[in-house]
Design a binder for this molecule. Structure first.
Ligand SMILES: Cc1ncc(COP(=O)(O)O)c(C=O)c1O
Length: 400
């Protein structure tokens, strides 16, 4: 058991590692595994006897290995939960968590600012399996109580919201959820376990798309779900029943990436803020959607609950014509255009959220862009954006 007073940076380095078990090596082995051999028939038939929530059993390739346990234990410790289990992508982790805690006839309250493929999963598969879904405005806070039905079993949060970056009042929502015996799920990918501690704020089940910051190198797809002790068996059993598991090389690379998460997050934060503040001063930019900026509507909640901000934020441009925005994006040299985020390299994509959301839940007149600010020198990134914005500059003040 580790010293509870240890700081996050220390935990990032040591959590989940057991050099004695690795023959003295610093890192866990990459354990390629399907079959586990038992020394006797007695051991084979009793393999699940005496299993408790604390047990780590190695019975078959889908049920974990020293490589998966090392990563899962590290993430559970950093998130502040009891145990984690890995999935082959962030979206698989989202789907696995929702399936573990919902059944036909249940009602799910889902934030309207959710990552779009999560919404698609709800509207297609969950609906098909008889789950009712209501989308709620992300900034609803404790008023979510008015939307609870007799059959509401899960409230799902993602803070800040995908592409629009609304900060949710997780403690207020948690209080209401627990008053009604409802499970509170959260997608905590934006902050990573470094900048938000979900279990300290009343979350029951936390999801990480480790594809993003935890791995951080844009070369792995992986997700993790962490729970309280109370919720662990339900999640673990459902995950096992689904046959969910991840490949050892991806698990290994993710725990390798995790060891530098602390320094990377600080650098993402610094670079992101420097770029965001510069963008705020530009006439082509109408709004910067970044909760760490003091005039952001979510700033007070972010300051109260988060320890920092990564490099992912949005901007609303003045209402320039789409062809001009395309020309601007095509000029960029350092910002790559592509989905995903949280890697060491900077990315930018246009956001088209208006069609997916409840009408009236938010309002933007100009085109939205999402930036994932990487680990390059922020002065070079600013220069890249500046030469891109030249496509818009002559029209600044007289858009479209
Ligand atoms: C907030 C959030 N959650 C989950 C996911 C899904 O992760 P993955 O791409 O690993 O499936 C993403 C992916 O972009 C995301 O942005």
């Amino acid at each position: 058991m580790r010293d509870q007073a240890e700081k996050t940076d220390t935990r990032i380095v040591h959590a989940g590692r057991d050099s004695d078990a690795y023959g003295g090596g610093v890192n866990p082995p990459v354990h390629h595994l399907s079959t586990v051999i038992y020394p006797s028939v007695e051991k084979l038939v009793t393999r699940y006897d005496n299993i408790t929530p604390d047990s780590r059993v190695m019975t078959y390739g889908t049920k974990g290995s020293p490589t998966s346990f090392a990563l899962e234990d590290a993430v559970a410790e950093l998130e502040g939960g009891f145990r984690s289990i890995s999935f082959h992508s962030g979206l698989a982790a989202v789907a696995g968590a929702l399936m573990a805690f919902l059944k036909a006839g249940d009602h799910l309250l889902m934030t309207d600012s959710v990552y779009f493929p999560t919404r698609e999963f709800c509207d297609s598969i969950l609906k098909r399996f008889g789950v009712e879904i209501t989308y709620y405005p992300p900034c609803i806070g404790s008023d979510i109580e008015n939307m609870i039905r007799k059959n509401t079993r899960v409230i799902y949060t993602e803070s800040p919201g995908s592409h629009t970056f609304e900060v949710q009042d997780i403690p207020a929502i948690s209080k209401v959820a627990h008053l009604h015996q409802i499970k509170l799920l959260m997608d905590n990918t934006w902050a990573s376990p470094v900048f938000f501690k979900p279990f300290a704020h009343g979350v029951d089940v936390s999801i990480q798309a480790a594809t993003k910051y935890i791995n951080g190198h844009s070369d792995v797809m992986l997700g993790l779900v962490t729970t309280t002790r109370e919720d662990w068996e339900q999640l673990r059993n459902c995950t096992w029943q689904l046959g969910q598991c991840s490949g050892p090389d991806d698990l290994y690379l993710t725990q390798r990436g995790l060891r530098t998460l602390g320094v990377r997050m600080k650098q993402h934060q610094n670079n992101g803020l420097q770029v965001a503040e510069w963008l705020k001063s530009r006439p082509e930019v109408r709004k910067v959607l970044h909760p760490a900026l003091p005039d952001d509507p979510g700033h007070a909640l972010w300051k109260r609950d988060f320890h920092g901000a990564g490099g992912l934020f949005g901007i609303e441009l003045e209402p320039f014509a789409p062809s001009m925005v395309q020309a601007m994006l095509n000029r960029l040299k350092l910002f790559g255009m592509g989905f995903s985020w949280g890697g060491y390299e900077s990315l930018i994509v246009p956001s088209d959220v208006q069609k997916d959301r409840l009408s009236g839940s938010w309002h933007f007149e100009g085109p939205l862009l999402r930036l994932s600010v990487g680990l390059e020198d922020p002065e070079d990134l600013i220069q890249d954006l500046e030469q891109g914005l030249c496509e818009l500059a002559p029209q600044a003040g007289s858009p479209s």
